[in-house]
Design a protein around this ligand. Structure first.
Ligand SMILES: [Zn+2]
Length: 140
């Protein structure tokens, strides 16, 4: 076992596993924030989105898409939030967290005046934005 600490490589509770194939791994998160909280990870142990291949991304996000549809149908959620943080578990995955109709919106915690974006103070000038657009356009 190359990564014994990894919750995807070393699944502690097989009862949480929804699917584990070459497409990826989907399981109920061991510490769910609400019923229907699922994590979907790539098959191989790679840490970040920029570490995985386009094929791995395609398969994993297709699996996440299927899971999201199933979660919404089962929970009657308004939608699922797709959260990829990667600060803890070092195996690329996204959290699918059902947002119920009466739940507070997550966006303001990230993009709002008191959210994470405000705390890091990212304000970009037009010239800097243009630099990013130009550089990134060359990569797609
Ligand atoms: Zn792993």
């Amino acid at each position: 076992m190359d990564h014994p600490e990894c919750i995807f490589c070393n699944i502690q509770n097989p009862n949480l596993v929804i699917t584990n194939t070459s497409d990826g791994i989907a399981m109920i998160y061991p510490e769910p924030v609400r019923p229907g909280h699922v994590v979907v990870g790539v098959k191989q142990h790679k840490q970040y989105l920029h570490d995985i291949s386009e094929d791995e991304a395609r398969k994993m996000f297709a699996l996440a898409n299927r899971m999201a549809k199933a979660i919404v149908e089962m929970t009657r959620a308004e939608k699922v939030y797709v959260v990829g943080v990667g600060d803890g578990d070092k195996h690329f995955h996204v959290h699918l967290i059902p947002k119920m109709p009466n739940d507070a919106k997550l966006g303001p915690y990230i993009f709002g005046e008191k959210g994470w974006a405000a705390s890091v103070g990212s304000k970009f000038e037009a010239a800097e934005i243009a630099k990013y657009v130009k550089a990134l356009k060359q990569k797609v």
